[in-house]
Write a protein that binds this ligand. Sequence first.
Ligand SMILES: Nc1ncnc2c1ncn2[C@@H]1O[C@H](COP(=O)(O)OP(=O)(O)OP(=O)(O)O)[C@@H](O)[C@H]1O
Ligand SMILES: [Mg+2]
Length: 280
Amino acid sequence: MSTTTSELEVAHGGVPAGKEHVYSQQPVLSARNIVITFGRVVGLDGVDLDLYPGEVLAVIGDNGAGKSTLIKCLTGAYVPDSGEIKLNGERVSFRRPQDARDAGIETVYQQLAVIPALDIASNLYLGREDRRKGPLGSVLRMLDKKGMEKRAGESVRNLGIQTIQNMGQAVETLSGGQRQAVAVARAAAFGSKVIVLDEPTAALGVKESGMVLDMVKQLRDKGLSVILISHNMPQVWDVADRIHIQRLGGRAGVITPETHDMGEGVAIMTGATKLSEDAP
Ligand SMILES: Nc1ncnc2c1ncn2[C@@H]1O[C@H](COP(=O)(O)OP(=O)(O)OP(=O)(O)O)[C@@H](O)[C@H]1O
Ligand SMILES: [Mg+2]
């Protein structure tokens, strides 16, 4: 299948209908020419990415295409060999995930980042526990457990998760979907600009996936920007505003669910259809 110039323009310049105002803004997060190698393995081969305010950008690609590596480079888990990353137009160079968190970017990595033996509230506040007021907190370093449980309950309920009753419940006693919800809730509660979710529904059933996807939509509706990595094409076509297609360590193209159907997206992903970045 050959591509015409107009298809290529749609692929790289096209924006979802009625949302032109969003895409004339400055991206919240943008990456240019990101390169990272692991010894002789090329992880990313000069990748660009743009994430706009209030959009869900899906990232799709085959196993090993560099999706997780890309978001690790964007969120401080890996430091790229070269390339430029900007947050709200300002150059950033995160050295560790905490740097990105401090800047308002929360990430749920593919390897799930909850600690099963801890309760929900502790998981939500991991690494940023609230201390008690006065000398109990400042001198004795005592945690404000009650306050954290209360606020954890609020943030979980804000996301519409009604099934979790007790914030003091250990995460290991939760179902897979509820666990995932805790990880996403944690990101949602603290991410002030960008939420990155690496395959949040991979291990989930239909109902549980639906719950996580609803959360993604709610976050977007609140004005946050979401990067969603997924192998589930129907979910991607359901929730994404734009789709970044990653292939062999590079970006093969950017499409939208309106301009390309799932079959076309998969064809670009596998290399059956080419969308060259250098095309007119
Ligand atoms: N720490 C590392 N050391 C060596 N190679 C790595 C490392 N991290 C990633 N890679 C390599 O980089 C490439 C991209 O991997 P990555 O995990 O980003 O793929 P992916 O697109 O997320 O795949 P999947 O869909 O399976 O999650 C692979 O060839 C992988 O082996
Ligand atoms: Mg991955």
